[in-house]
Every structure is written in C-alpha cells, then in structure tokens.
Design a binder for this molecule. Structure first.
Ligand SMILES: CC(C)(COP(=O)(O)OP(=O)(O)OC[C@H]1O[C@@H](n2cnc3c(N)ncnc32)[C@H](O)[C@@H]1OP(=O)(O)O)[C@@H](O)C(=O)NCCC(=O)NCCS
Length: 423
C-alpha cells in the first residue's frame, strides 16, 4: 500500500481475501499522527469474526448451515435437528438427537415468577417488547449463566433458551388477547407444543394440523441463522463484554424488533393492507420509485439475485393455504412482485423479494396478528444467536466490540457555569 500523503509504501498481508485493520494502523501521516483506519458505517465491507456456522453467497443465492444447503434442511430435517447442527457444528447421532430433544422438552417450563412478570405488562404491550424483557429476565433466574467459561453451563443455558423461547413467545401472544397463559405440553413436539400454548382453550389437548406444524417448523428452519446480520452482530457485540447469554440474546431480540430487520414482515402486511386492491399497485410503485417509501419485503443487504428462503417459503405458503384457505392479500402480493420484478427501478438495484415478503402472509393465515410475526422469527433465530454466541466465547481472537469513530465535534471549548450563562 502506498500512502499518498507521505509517499511511503507498506506491505499489508492479504489473508482469506481480507487485510487486518490493525496492519494498516501502522500507516501514519506523521510519527505522532493516529494510524490509518477504515470508515465503514453499517460494517458493509468489514469482517468482524471468523465463523464456521453459516455460509451465504448473495450473488448465487446460496445459504448453508454448517455446509448443508438450506433447501435440503428445509425439506428433510426438523427445526430441533437444525438447532443441534448450528450449535454443535455436526449432525446428531440417533442417541445424541434423542438426548437433545429430551433436554429441550424438559426445559420448556419457566419459573412461575416469569408468568407474574409478564402479566404485569399493559394489555396492549407489543409482544416483541415482552419477549425482549422476558428473555433478559432469565439472567436473573439463572445467575449461573454468568459463568460463561464453563462448557457445561454454556450448554445448559443454550438448552434453556431454545426450550423457553416458544413458552415466552406464546405467553406474549396470549397476553395481548387477554387469555390465560397455557403451560407447555411436553408430550408434543417442539413446534406442536408451541401451537398448543398459542391456541389451546378448554379442550384437554390441543394438537395442530400436521401440515401447519410442518410449515411452521420449516419457517423456523429458514430463520435459524443468517451469519453476521444485525441481530447476530448485536448478540456478538453485547456478548463480547462477557455478559451472560440471556442478556446477549435479549440484545439480539431488540435488534430484530426494528422494521429494517425482523419487523419487515409486519411492515409487509401493513403495506399490503394499505394498498388494498390491485388497482392501487401502480400508484404505490410510483411512490416507492420517487423515494417516498420502500417496498417492504424487497431488497437485501446480501442477496442481490434472489433470496433462497423466499422460494421455500412460497412452497410452505401453499401448504398452509390448503388448510386455512387463501389469504386475499396474496393476490396483491403476487401482482406487486410481478410488477416490481419487471420494473427497471427494482431490476437496476437488484431488488428481489426477501424471506419476509411471503412469511407475513402465512403467519396471518395462521391467525397471528402482525405484532407476533417478529416473535416467530425470534423463536426460529434463537439457535443461530446461541451458536454465534458460543463461537464467540471460544474465539481467542475476539475482543470487546469497540469500533472507532471519526470525531466531528468541537474541541477544547471554555466552559462557563450555568449561573453565568443564564444570568
Ligand atoms: C434490506 C435493506 C435494509 C438493505 O439495505 P441496503 O443493503 O443498505 O441497501 P440500500 O439501502 O443501500 O439500497 C440500495 C438502493 O436500493 C433502494 N432500495 C433498497 N431497498 C428498497 C426497497 N425495499 N424499496 C425501494 N427501494 C429500495 C435504495 O433506495 C437505494 O436506492 P438508491 O441507490 O437510488 O439510493 C433494504 O433493501 C430495505 O430497506 N428493504 C425493505 C425492508 C426489508 O424488507 N427488510 C428485510 C430484510 S430481510
């Protein structure tokens, strides 16, 4: 590298297609000047870790967990097996899988005080706010979680977190409806139990339709990890302080709450409702093109040709609509997609439907209010967050996350006390 300011040249090694930011820190305009740094808002071209969890090739539309293509996992695996894969790095043997399912099932219940804590929320509390708070409250119920150097403790917290997410998510849903919270039914599978906690009323046992259970399980698989996205980055950033995993995952839930991340499917539904009918699509598209708003569910930081998860979700949507009947908003969504895919504005910017474009329609068909969509995403994403956190805790190269800044404010002003300024 040649520094144009000084004319000096430096050798900066390239490893795995990257240069080390610390290596360019040696480049200085003068001996006492600060070292050269990179400016990268949103970390669009900065690797913050080495990871062996999820591989994405955005141009080719490839997504793999631990090397297994998402299409195969969505078709042939189950959410708990995928969770095992993400956390452990390999597929389980029969005995390992049975033990894993047993452990997760055993930990689905939460302390009764968590129930009281959740009941304290206002009647109209957003379920993501309730989820974020209840996830972080787990750190107070399990103070042993602070012992992040102990592999057995780490494993126990991971199991607890994956096991309790559906319970917390379902209770946040029941809360908004003013319905009693339903305790876990540990005879049921992970996803069937979640449906029971959501929808059971006076019947002694609630068993959902197999097609719905399978579709929801598939949606959880599709959401299980997505390498260094905003919420994984939040989990890693907070986790880098060596706080307990519940606090780190709560930060991930917070990041997911935002409309540009997990809140997008909720925004898609609101957008489709606002459009109302096919006739209004052209004027809506014009509004998007003139920069008034975004076409929610379109575009992705990484996928620039198509989102492989969007294709699988379309298939899951058909299965769900077979049970529930077709969602009338589907027609608007399909037409919107058709028009946008042909329009130069979207083609030029390589904007394609992402995972959120259709997931909202499925969730609505399953009678979830839009506020719940991101909660479903969070339940699916929990194993990914935990796998990222686990990897971080064992990565010797990691340090507390502490980016640099370019300071643009005033310097060395003389302070006048308020009594003089206001006199
Ligand atoms: C996902 C998203 C945040 C990625 O953003 P990004 O990688 O930072 O891309 P940018 O914001 O730089 O967008 C690049 C260009 O495409 C446009 N664009 C991106 N997404 C768009 C959308 N959904 N609708 C309309 N225009 C969009 C931007 O306005 C920009 O245009 P410009 O070059 O004329 O300024 C963005 O596409 C978006 O907001 N999508 C809608 C929200 C959504 O569905 N999120 C879920 C992601 S899974």
């Amino acid at each position: 590298m040649r520094d144009n300011r000084t004319g000096l040249e430096y050798d900066v090694p390239i490893t795995d297609g990257t240069i080390r930011a610390s290596d360019i820190g040696q480049i200085k305009a003068a001996d006492d000047a600060p070292g050269l740094a990179v400016y990268d808002p949103g970390f669009v071209n900065t690797a913050a870790c080495r990871s062996s969890i999820t591989y994405i090739d955005g141009d080719k539309g490839v997504l793999e967990y631990r090397g297994y293509p998402i299409e195969q996992l969505a078709e042939k695996s189950s959410f708990l097996e995928v969770a095992y894969l993400l956390v452990h790095g390999n597929l389980p043997s029969k005995a390992e899988f049975e033990q894993w399912v047993h452990e997760i099932t055993y930990h689905t219940f939460v302390h009764e005080n968590i129930k009281g804590f959740m009941q304290g929320f206002r009647y109209d509390a957003h379920p993501m706010g309730m989820l974020m708070a209840s996830v972080s409250s787990l750190s107070t119920f399990y103070p042993d979680a602070a012992n992040i150097a102990d592999p057995d403790s780490r494993h126990l917290q991971i199991v607890r977190m994956i096991a309790k997410m559906p319970t917390l998510g379902a209770w946040a849903f029941r809360h908004a409806q003013g319905k009693p919270y339903v305790y876990p039914d540990n005879d049921l599978s992970y996803t069937a139990n979640f449906l029971s906690m959501l929808f059971k009323m006076s019947e002694p046992k609630y068993v959902g339709d197999e097609r719905i259970i399978k579709a929801l399980d598939t949606l959880f698989i599709l959401h299980a990890d997505h390498e260094q996205n905003a919420s994984a980055n939040a989990v890693r950033s907070v986790g880098s302080t060596q706080v307990d995993p519940y606090s780190a995952v709560a930060a991930g839930v917070g990041a997911l709450y935002g409309p540009l991340h997990g809140g997008a499917n909720e925004a898609v539904l609101r957008m489709l409702r606002r459009i109302g009918s096919k006739e209004n699509i052209p004027s809506f598209i014009e509004g998007v093109k003139s920069g008034n708003e975004r076409l929610m569910g379109f575009g992705h930081r990484v996928y620039k040709n198509y989102d492989p998860r969007a294709r699988i979700i379309k298939g899951a949507a058909d299965d769900v609509f077979e049970v529930t009947g077709v969602n009338p908003l589907l027609e608007i969504a399909k037409e919107l997609e058709k028009i946008a895919l042909e329009d130069e504005y979207f083609v030029k910017r390589r904007l394609y439907p992402n995972v959120d474009f259709y997931s909202g329609l499925i969730y609505e068909a399953l009678a979830f209010p839009p506020e719940m969509f991101t909660v479903l995403f969070a339940i699916g994403r929990a194993p990914g967050w935990l796998a990222q956190w686990l990897e971080l805790t064992q990565d010797k190269e990691q340090k507390i996350a502490r980016p640099k800044q370019i300071y643009t404010g005033e310097r060395t002003l003389a302070f006048t006390p308020a009594s003089e300024r206001w006199a």
